[in-house]
Design a protein around this ligand. Sequence first.
Ligand code: ZN
Length: 313
Amino acid sequence: MVAKLSLPNYDSIDIVNNTIAERVKHRDFFYALKDDWIAHILSYRETGGDPCLIKELTLDTYISQQRIDDEKYQAPKFRESAVPLDRLIQRRKKSLQGLYKPDEGKDLHRILGSMRDNHKLPFCPCCGEPGKPGTLDHYLPQSIYPEFSIVLENLTPMCTDCQELKGNKVKDINGNKKFIHPYYDPIDEVLIELNISPPFENPSAFIADVPHCTPEPLKLLVSRHIKEIDFVNRFEEYCSNEYSDLLATLAEEKEDETREPLIKTITRFFNKARKQSENRWEAIFYRGVLNNIDLLNYFEYSDLSENIKNIER
Ligand SMILES: [Zn+2]
């Protein structure tokens, strides 16, 4: 589950100013857009990128009448039925989206590469799954908000599973935002708890849910978020594998007659996992184990070496 991230170290407004200064194509459009674009970034910062509060810019406002007239004049060249202004809007939208793919050697290329590859996160901040997230996600998608394509506050590392599931989604049918924003939402607390159901030889279920004590409206937001990224099913599969590994590790541990109580071993695993986030998968799993007294008793007092043979992997 989601982990809070620190905001990027670079200033998006400097990046936008530099980008506009370097523009060759569609210069008039970018200069007309400049002030509103920067105001839009400030508003993003103020609202934490909330799609319920930020409306996409209407790009036709920044296309000059001269450009529209020129486009009309060239109309016979185009087979599309779209009206000239619509064609121009689509091209300007593509221009804005294209900024996200700067040429090698440009500062922005280096910055985006660094945000994507040098974050040192060993788990996805959107779902908490172990593994280095390999992509950058546009929190507000480029298809709807092309003006945020290179706004760094809108870019967060993400695993490919989450990115595919998130897609271009923004709000639900009631107008509520669907996803937690890792830079802005208050997500330092425990957001997911795990209940492991007996029989402990081979648990019948690993049930992950938002704790009852989570305050509203955060609780509803977390519920929407985990539904969209198929968290429950993905996490259950992980738990099943992790449980088998834990049983095998503990069975081995119990062969040592001078061993410490198993709860100490498990607490060590938990403390290591929670250092970076209370909501990464390992932390949720081991917290679920430690909160389950019956399970801890089972680990301590049963013959695990017999039981692990029965686990389905
Ligand atoms: Zn993920």
